[in-house]
Every structure is written in C-alpha cells, then in structure tokens.
Design a protein around this ligand. Structure first.
Ligand code: NAP
Length: 260
C-alpha cells in the first residue's frame, strides 16, 4: 500500500495523519505535534474549534521538516460560515498557526444549503488566493455533496467523516459516493476513541496478525481507501499507530470488522 495518495486537485496527501482534538492547551498540542512529526507523521489535522492552532503551528514552524513536506489541515467553524466571515476566519486561523497557507481547509460541519453555497464561494477564493492549497468538507452526506457538485467550480477534494467499524453501515453510502466521485475520505475517530479496542473480534484479529487492536482498526480504514487521522498524546502510541503498512487484513477479516 502506498504511503501517499493523490487528490482530485492533483495534490499529494499522506495516507495517514495525526489528529489533535483535545490536545490542550497550546503547549500540550505543541509538544504532541513535535513528537508526531519526529515519529514520522506528515499530515497534521487541527481546527479552529480545537483551540490549539497556535500550539500546532508553533510545532510545525519549529520542525526540522521543511514546510513543503508537511500537509496541514484546519477547519472553518459553524459560526464563521458565510462568504465574508469565512475569508476572515481563514486568515485568523493562519495568523494563529503562524503560517502563510494551509494545505487543506475544510468546512467543519454542514449548515443549511444557502450558507454552504456562500461559504464554498469563499473557499474557492481562498484556494485561488493561495491561502488554502486544497479545499474540502467534513461531516457532509452524499446528498449534501451532490448538491454542491451542481454549482461549484472546484469540487471538494476531501470529505472528513467519522469512520470506524462501529459506524461502518451508517457511513457506507457516503464512503461509496465519495470514492465514486474522486473525493478522498478522511477517517476521523478511526480508533473509535479507544472505546472498543478489546472487542473480541478485534482482539482475535490482532492476536492472529501480531498487531494491536488499534493497528487493526487503522489498517481496516486504510484498506477501505480512507485516510485515518488517529490522535494520541503518547509518543509510543504515535509510533504504534504509524506501523500499519507491514500487514494485510484478509477479505474475511475485513468482513468481520465491517459487521461490527
Ligand atoms: P481516535 O483517534 O479514534 O481516538 C483517540 C483516543 O484513542 C484517545 O483517547 C487516545 O488516548 C487513544 N489512543 C490513541 N492511540 C491509541 C493506541 N495505539 N492504543 C490505545 N489507545 C489509543 O479519536 P478522535 O480524536 O476523536 O479522532 C481523531 C482525530 O480526528 C481528532 O483528533 C481530530 O483531529 C479529528 N476529528 C474530526 C472531527 C470532525 O468533525 N471533523 C470529529 C472528531 C475528530 P491517548 O491520547 O491517551 O493516547
């Protein structure tokens, strides 16, 4: 399996990333992101909502890894939707991050259709202005994306959704729609927030593969063609969560996990 994939914009994105929700305050986020980059993560996911953009940005700016090799995502919060407010919010995020641009800017949650339309116009202008290298959405259904595709000039490159075996059936139509329309699905809460890592089905596969339950869930997300973005504050788990490119889940194992 490749370590990167190509977006519909032609940009290259890492196949796995590092989530930063709940890494608070900024000093905690800074330490964690610095460790994550040292562990090998090249995709870092934050959001205005997470209130840690300053810490995340500091770690990125201080890193020995060139900016061009890092793929930084942030998100537009609900109260900032609308044309003018989205432009202002993106610049405010960039100011907190201390960066000239992000690689991916996402609408965090859908609101109403009119607002999405106005906001998407701003997202396209942010793309043209170079403040965002790519633009996308999060928590959008297939129907909500389909509506956008009717009027947009630039389609979303990414839809970031909750994706793990425990929500598979609910998310499957969105996943299939996105795959058919060349929209990359990012898998958030790919570890199901570590609430079921000892589930017997996961534990049995983990034992057979000599991997951890977390690694099994991340591999499952990768084999579905999604980009998982696990979060952890612990460096040893950062390394564990990256070590998912040296084994395969069989069709039977995938099916057993799908059924959860
Ligand atoms: P997650 O990554 O599924 O799980 C995180 C939890 O798992 C933390 O409690 C972490 O604890 C634990 N953990 C991590 N690695 C582990 C391992 N190897 N073994 C055991 N436990 C482990 O959940 P998430 O944070 O909800 O989702 C990931 C990222 O997706 C977020 O950080 C955020 O960037 C993004 N997200 C986006 C949205 C959206 O609306 N777009 C919503 C939710 C999340 P420790 O930190 O103590 O290790």
């Amino acid at each position: 399996m490749e370590r990167t994939l190509e977006l519909n914009s032609g940009a290259v994105m890492p196949a796995i990333g590092f989530g930063t929700w709940k890494l608070l305050p900024d000093a905690v986020a800074e330490t964690a992101v610095a460790s994550a980059i040292a562990a090998g993560y090249r995709l870092i996911d934050t959001a205005r909502l997470y209130q840690n953009e300053a810490g995340v940005g500091a770690a990125i700016r201080d890193s020995q890894v060139p900016r061009g090799e890092l793929f930084v995502t942030t998100k537009l919060w609900n109260s900032d939707q609308g044309y003018d407010s989205a432009l202002t919010a993106c610049q405010a995020s960039l100011d907190r991050l201390g960066l000239d641009s992000v690689d991916l800017y996402l609408i965090h949650w859908p609101q109403n259709s009119r607002l999405t339309r106005d906001t998407w116009r701003a997202m396209q202008d942010l793309l043209d202005a170079g403040q965002a290298g790519n633009i996308g959405v999060s928590n959008f259904s297939a129907e909500q994306i389909e509506e956008m595709l009717d009027y947009c000039d630039t389609p979303p490159a990414v839809n970031q959704i909750e994706f793990n075996p425990f929500v598979y059936e609910r998310q499957r139509p969105t996943l299939e729609y996105c795959l058919q329309n060349s929209i990359v699905v990012e898998a958030y809460s790919p570890l199901a927030q570590a609430e079921h890592l000892d589930h017997p089905v996961i534990a049995e596969i983990a034992k057979a593969r000599q991997k951890t339950g977390g690694q099994v869930l991340l591999r499952w997300a990768l084999q579905h063609g999604t980009v998982p973005i696990p979060k952890t504050a612990r460096p040893e788990r950062m390394r564990e969560n990256l070590a998912v490119f040296d084994f395969d889940l069989s069709a039977a194992e995938m099916a057993a996990l799908n059924a959860l």
